[in-house]
Ligand binder design. Structure first.
Ligand SMILES: *Cc1c(COP(=O)(O)O)cnc(C)c1O
Length: 249
């Protein structure tokens, strides 16, 4: 591993400014190692389990998007912050049950865990009602671990084609989570598979703007950037250790 996953608990705006600067510095260095500009990589702060009071400090330190994996928690935050921070953006990054698609359609700007046509169709219907659009990332299981969500790399082309007529969804790219291991070559293999999958889709005519790789978390975002990440989803590196790290939707 190349990074310490968790920062010390951040409790002041200064703490957040410092942690964000540290993460941004590591992003810039990893981008430079892979011959890219730091601006080619977007930091998506993962704010799941962080209560609104602490979030305000992080927002004051520059956080503009909240990455959340539980829909109800995210919806509650979006309602709480609606008048205070009207330009704040919301990214739902965790797996989604179809019966919660209606909530996502209400407030989210990005969804990183699209894994079925049925879910895409449900989101389309709900987005039509809300008169909104949603940027989507198709989640790919690149590690082969049963515990990880996502479809196989070989199934992405078919799903991408099937969602093309759904005009409320804006396909932006692919998302993955690497295996939970300290073995660097295993982690890199996951990220490299996501990159080559995207490259093949682009070679065979993926939609305009379908060019993003959402991969890398606090423990492995530098490896992910070296393997081509354009979005890194970092929680504990900004906010400090969570007591329950992998709470899911
Ligand atoms: C929690 C989570 C992250 C961030 O994990 P950290 O270890 O806090 O950086 C990234 N992606 C997904 C899908 C998550 O659920």
């Amino acid at each position: 591993m190349t990074s310490q996953p968790a920062a010390a608990q951040a409790v002041t705006t200064e703490d957040f400014s410092r942690n964000l600067a540290t993460v941004n510095q590591k992003i810039a260095e990893a981008a430079s190692r892979s011959g890219r500009q730091a601006s080619a990589v977007r930091l998506l702060p993962v704010t799941k389990t962080i209560e609104p009071e602490r979030l305000r400090l992080a927002i004051e330190a520059g956080v503009q998007t909240l990455g959340e994996n539980k829909v109800q928690e995210a919806l509650a935050k979006s309602e709480e912050f609606a008048s205070e921070y009207p330009t704040l953006r919301y990214a739902v990054i965790g797996p989604l049950q179809a019966n919660k698609a209606k909530f996502v359609a209400r407030f989210a700007h990005e969804f990183h865990a699209l894994d079925s046509l049925k879910l895409a169709q449900t989101l389309q219907r709900r987005l039509e009602l809300e008169e909104r659009t949603l940027e989507v990332f198709i989640q790919v299981n690149t590690s082969g671990e049963d515990s990880k969500s996502g479809i196989a790399a070989g199934e992405v082309a078919e799903l991408l084609e099937a969602i093309a007529p759904l005009d409320r969804l804006v396909p932006r790219g692919l998302m993955t989570m690497a295996a939970n291991t300290t073995d660097e070559s295993t982690i890199r293999a996951s990220f490299a598979l996501l990159r080559t999958t995207l490259e093949e889709l682009r070679d065979s005519g993926a939609p305009e703007g379908f060019d993003q790789l959402s991969m890398g978390m606090s423990g492995d975002f530098e490896l992910a950037i070296e393997e081509g990440a354009t979005v890194v989803r970092v929680g504990q590196g900004i906010f400090g250790a969570r007591s329950y790290p992998q709470a899911s939707a």
